[in-house]
Design a protein around this ligand. Structure first.
Ligand code: NDP
Length: 245
């Protein structure tokens, strides 16, 4: 049986990488899935058609996580289209990896805005629609906990903020039957962090497995956390990291 039949999910940043995998998996489990993208329109449309061809329901929404109004409108568009909202996955994000002296204000602001501020906005805007059994799943990073190499500081700070936000909100949402969790991936093979990229061998030395994680492995964990069996997990920072931490 499909575990998310009848549920509606909104995934931010679903056009590529981990987010695209999450869209595919949640749709395969029977959820109505809306997802946002900023630049990759064609890719987003392909993600939606692939999910539909596989027997699911998916819908791409242009929404730049840099803009508060776009994020709020994406929540409204999801509710208008599917009649409610049960699952919010905050995945959109990224990093500029440099020594702190080399980071420009624009790079710092982009990381803070997309990785942190847009998550707060998406949660705030989604909460009026989430009821008993609601799920919020943030995609943080193991870099919130461990940074074996230089150049990660501000990115790590943004993901640390997500861990703290998750912790604080669990208490606020628990009595409403809504869980919130922070999934912290280690290195996962995507365009942002290719398993055959220049940093890969360095990263592998910091891990227990001899390979990167896959988008499918992260998506399966998100699907579990979104489902009915995970109602007793909340406020948790959950590493899925090949032993990185
Ligand atoms: P990718 O760069 O492969 O994909 C990023 C996705 O986020 C794209 O769909 C992109 O959409 C979207 N996105 C980026 N900026 C915005 C924005 N301003 N507004 C809306 N959407 C946006 O990244 P990953 O899949 O690798 O990473 C996904 C998440 O996982 C991030 O939060 C990242 O920090 C986290 N993570 C990744 C790890 C890894 O090793 N890959 C490890 C730990 C955490 P578009 O192309 O349309 O802009």
């Amino acid at each position: 049986a499909r575990t998310l039949e009848g549920k509606t999910a909104l995934v931010t940043g679903g056009s590529r990488g981990i987010g695209a995998g999450i869209v595919a998996r949640l749709a395969a489990e029977g959820a109505n899935v809306a997802f946002t993208y900023a630049s990759s329109k064609q890719r987003a449309e392909s993600v939606a058609s692939a999910a539909i061809e596989a027997g699911g329901i998916a819908h791409a929404i242009h929404a730049d996580s840099m803009r508060e109004q776009d994020v709020a409108d994406a929540v409204t568009a999801t509710v208008d289209r599917f009649g409610g909202l049960d699952i919010l996955v905050n995945n959109a994000g990224g990093g500029v990896f440099k020594a702190i002296e080399d980071l420009t204000m624009a790079e710092i602001d982009t990381m803070l805005t997309v990785n942190v501020r847009s998550v707060v906005v998406a949660i705030r805007e989604s909460l009026p629609h989430l009821g008993e059994g609601g799920r919020i799943i943030n995609i943080g990073s193991v870099n919130a906990v461990r940074n074996p190499f230089p150049g990660l500081s501000v990115y790590a700070m943004t993901k640390g903020a997500i861990a703290s936000l998750t912790n604080g909100l669990a208490k606020e949402l628990g009595a409403r039957g809504i869980t919130i969790n922070n999934l912290q991936p280690g290195p996962v093979d995507t365009e942002a962090n290719p398993a055959d990229g220049p940093n890969a061998s360095n990263l592998l030395t910091a891990m227990s497995t001899d390979r990167f994680g896959t988008v499918a492995e992260i998506s399966a964990f998100v699907s579990y956390l979104a489902g009915p069996d995970a109602g007793y997990i909340t406020g948790a920072n959950l590493n899925i990291d090949g032993g990185f931490v």
